[in-house]
Design a protein around this ligand. Structure first.
Ligand SMILES: [Zn+2]
Length: 284
């Protein structure tokens, strides 16, 4: 295999020379850090999930701001009051322009879909249907009717479903879903988007962890020749390999028959760094 050949690499001499250099400089760094109080700069870039494209889009969406979906590339304009219901009750006229703006601002100020749904949940009341008449055409009769209340400063207005959706700038289908929850459960439905337990979460147990550890150990590493201090037992990642490459080799060896790898790169990298089996600060 081509990848095996790269392990052997060019002459070991040249690699060892570079490692020796790096070790010496690393040693110096440690001694200065030990004597002064300057905080140690983390070697690795930190994970900042809140800055990931999808998280940014999700947050903007929940705040009712304009966002572009990273998966579809579609730009969704910022939320505003929806169309007038134009029903007999003239629901829209019961809420003034400035009140509409205040409702939207407060609602989107909640910032998360779960909080918003909980808020809407509290404004919808389900009234069980008293008497069901059998319908010959096979349609299932409705189980409940709902009342929708819009809370404005100092008073509450009962409006129709369409007006309710429009005033909160949400879709009628979202209102319908929450309304259905009011007749079956005691609290609002929780956002399940993107939260389905993945296979990896369930199946990644101790065995897989150990397998990853063994794989990391099996990869040819560079050993330090210096027996002083910490560096004695340290092993370094070969400059011919990257963590991504190691992960690829792992998947090739242990998961060749699964379509999507159980062990993701991030998980593999985490095991590698947390367990300090291999140190990454190789020659640059
Ligand atoms: Zn109406």
């Amino acid at each position: 295999m081509a990848s095996k050949a790269t392990f052997a690499g060019p002459s070991g001499l040249c690699i060892e020379a570079t490692v020796a250099l790096t070790l010496r400089s690393a040693g110096n760094g440690e001694s200065t850090n030990g004597s002064s109080d300057t905080p140690v700069r983390p070697r690795k870039r930190q994970r900042r999930p809140e800055t990931w494209k999808r998280a940014v889009a999700k947050s903007k969406r929940a705040k009712g701001e304009e966002y572009t979906s990273p998966s579809t590339g579609v730009t969704v304009l910022s939320r505003g009051t929806g169309p007038d219901c134009r029903c007999r009750r003239r629901c829209f006229d019961s809420v003034s322009q400035s009140e509409r703006a205040a409702i939207l601002a407060a609602f989107y100020g909640l910032g998360s879909k779960d909080l918003q749904d909980a808020h809407l949940f509290g404004l919808i009341q389900s009234i069980p249907v008293k008497r069901r008449r059998p319908r010959g055409d096979g349609r299932t009769s409705r189980r409940a009717t709902y009342t929708y209340v819009v809370r404005v400063a100092g008073r509450s207005e009962t409006v129709c479903q369409k007006a309710f959706a429009s005033l909160y700038g949400v879709s009628v289908s979202r209102v319908r879903r929450i309304a259905q929850a009011t007749s079956t459960s005691i609290c609002a439905p929780v956002d399940k988007r993107g939260k389905h337990p993945r296979r990896s979460r369930i199946q990644l147990g101790g065995e897989v962890k150990e397998q990853i550890r063994q794989h990391i150990k099996s990869v040819p590493a560079l050993k330090s020749h210096y027996s002083s201090g910490k560096s004695k037992a340290r092993k370094y990642l070969s400059p011919l390999l990257s963590v991504a490459e190691m992960h690829r080799l792992y998947v090739e060896k242990h998961e060749s028959n699964s379509e999507t790898p159980l062990v993701k790169y991030s998980y593999y990298a985490k095991i590698l760094t947390v367990n300090s089996i291999l140190h990454l600060e190789g020659p640059r």
